[in-house]
Design a protein around this ligand. Structure first.
Ligand code: KIV
Length: 270
């Protein structure tokens, strides 16, 4: 999979399926089951390291897992998250860290936020780094956002996300990921901007969908220190393992559900 091939699929009306992936074994499995994009997400801070949020993930962590995923992959597109603190200070540091992720096997990097990050995205793109902009709920700003909450509910907030998406698209990003925003807003953004959108809790109309692997398998029960009883999976999660009985068939069922547009359904959207 390459970015031009992905755009070709989208032009033909096909949806693409993306999953988080942190190691070579799952990379190989996901590729065999037809996952188009593997996201080495900084969600690894939560689902692998057991933390409350993604803020403690380092560049070393991301380089290690990106390399592992790249080793297990022949064809899938690999997207790697730039972790908190690796791109916000200045564009030179952002470029150095983005290039290190590309050298470890990523094909595209993801940064969170609009506003000031538009110039960072423009700088990375102008230096040959493909970028995905992550808008809506941005996990690295969880404290500022006051918790895991849907974004873009008011007209002003929705307008701001639309403006950020347009600005990122104009800055040359290859994709925009929309997390936890109303389905009608994600739909409008997808129709408006000239690059594909990826949804997580953003309704059916995005160009593609992403889920965290451990959510798809129904095995994530919150931070390591907290009781599993205190955990409630977010609305946008569907447990494909419970429906299918094996990891391989759960991943296959997810890909099929995304491509046939039966996932996300209304009950997974806001
Ligand atoms: O890190 C991650 O897994 C992500 C997804 C929530 C999209 O960014």
């Amino acid at each position: 999979m390459t970015l031009p091939k992905l755009n070709y699929l989208i032009e033909r009306g096909e949806k693409f399926a993306m999953l988080t992936c942190y190691d070579a074994t799952y990379a190989k499995l996901m590729e065999a089951e037809g996952v188009d994009i593997l996201l080495v997400g900084d969600s690894l801070g939560m689902v692998l390291q057991g933390a409350n949020d993604t803020l403690g993930v380092t560049m070393q962590d991301m380089l290690y897992h990106t390399k592992a995923v790249a080793t297990g992959t022949k064809q899938a597109l690999i997207m790697a998250d730039m972790p908190c603190g690796s791109y916000e200070h200045n564009v030179e540091i952002a470029l150095k860290n983005a290039q290190a992720l590309l050298q470890s096997g990523a094909h595209i990097v993801k940064i969170e936020g609009g506003g000031a990050m538009v110039e960072t995205a423009r700088y990375l793109v102008s230096h040959g780094v493909p970028v995905c902009a992550h808008l809506g709920f941005t996990p690295q700003s969880v404290t500022q956002l006051g918790g895991y909450k849907i974004q873009g509910k008011t007209e002003a907030a929705a307008n701001q996300i639309m403006l950020d998406a347009k600005a990122m698209s104009d800055a040359g990003v290859s994709m925009v990921l929309l997390e936890m925003v109303p389905a009608h807003l994600a739909s409008k953004i997808t129709q408006t901007i000239s690059v594909p959108t990826i949804g997580i809790g953003a309704g059916l109309d995005c160009s593609g969908q992403v889920l965290v692997l451990q959510d798809l398998l129904g095995i994530y029960t919150g931070p390591a220190q907290k009781s599993p009883d205190a955990f409630k999976a977010p609305r946008f999660v569907r447990n494909f393992l419970a429906e299918t009985g094996s990891v391989q068939s759960a991943v296959r069922a997810y890909v099929q559900a995304v491509k046939s547009q039966t996932f996300p359904a209304q009950q997974h959207s806001y």
